[in-house]
Design a protein around this ligand. Sequence first.
Ligand SMILES: Nc1ncnc2c1ncn2[C@@H]1O[C@H](COP(=O)(O)OP(=O)(O)O)[C@@H](O)[C@H]1O
Ligand SMILES: [Mg+2]
Length: 336
Amino acid sequence: MIELRDVTKVFPAAKKSPGAGAPAVDGVSLAVERGSVFGVVGHSGAGKSTLLRLINYLETPTSGTVLVDGQDLGALGERRRREVRRSIGMVFQQFNLFRSRTVLGNVAYPLRLSGLSRAEARERAGEALRFVGLDAHARRYPEQLSGGQRQRVGIARALATEPGVLLCDEATSALDPRTTGEVLDLLRRVNGELGVTIVLITHEMEVVRSLCDHVAVMAAGKVVETGGVHDVFSRPAHPVTGTFVRSALHDVPDAATLARLRARHPGRLVTVPVGGGEDLSRLFREHDVDFTIAHAGVTEVQARTLGGVTFELRGAERDVAAVLARLTAEEEVVAR
Ligand SMILES: Nc1ncnc2c1ncn2[C@@H]1O[C@H](COP(=O)(O)OP(=O)(O)O)[C@@H](O)[C@H]1O
Ligand SMILES: [Mg+2]
């Protein structure tokens, strides 16, 4: 549905600012399949927003090719490009609603721009508001709504023109955890029921975990890692990815937790991934090693379980060492 080929964006350098002249997006190639939910994660300044704006040509690439639905946006005339852009909805962190327009008026606005009559626009806007569960609020003003409701209006507005693609720029970053959940549920329906391809950028790996099927990790303008969400969560290859993954998984105790565990558990601590298949009770028994479960962290990623259990092992030193040797011979086991 979307393909970027070696896309680079260099902004004209603001003089004397540090890092000026460095590309905001640097040689990025990626492909987003039709019907998928593709997450782009990265720290602030990594180039995520610029990347998103390149997809609908709100930013013109300095070099490289952007294809949407097979069409090379750089090769299209301005009129055709506007039509393609209209088939791409966009949702923003700060909602970007008109304060002086009603909820219905906000959602109808892009429809009026696309040439629909007032009556048609209101009809379609009403449908979009029903989809996001806000038809009862049509005559209110954005200020009278909560943050989560405002974002649902933003999503209704983006959906009103029936786009095939929805681009979300930190759509939940201004929301509290509960309303974040509501908006993510809604985006899941947008994808599942309407078949809309979603590209969302976020600095929260938790959003990627709960919603996306594919993810790209950005650092300093480059995509440093990309893949299926479960694969990236279970085997992060790049250090930046590792940091993000650990923020959403609690499979391995962090340093503070480990210090607390150590105070309570004098034996050797070892963290074993859930679902590893090894018969641990037998292994412990064979070596005459006792164990206690000291810590466990388990998370669902793409309907599969990912997590770790931390055991305290107690026994003769060489027996414990023998168990550890067996466990750490396995990949991904963290012996402490
Ligand atoms: N319009 C612009 N003009 C100049 N520099 C920009 C512009 N937009 C973004 N940048 C720069 O590009 C880099 C990436 O920014 P951005 O894409 O907003 O990152 P992110 O969304 O990951 O925080 C930053 O260094 C930022 O200062
Ligand atoms: Mg941004």
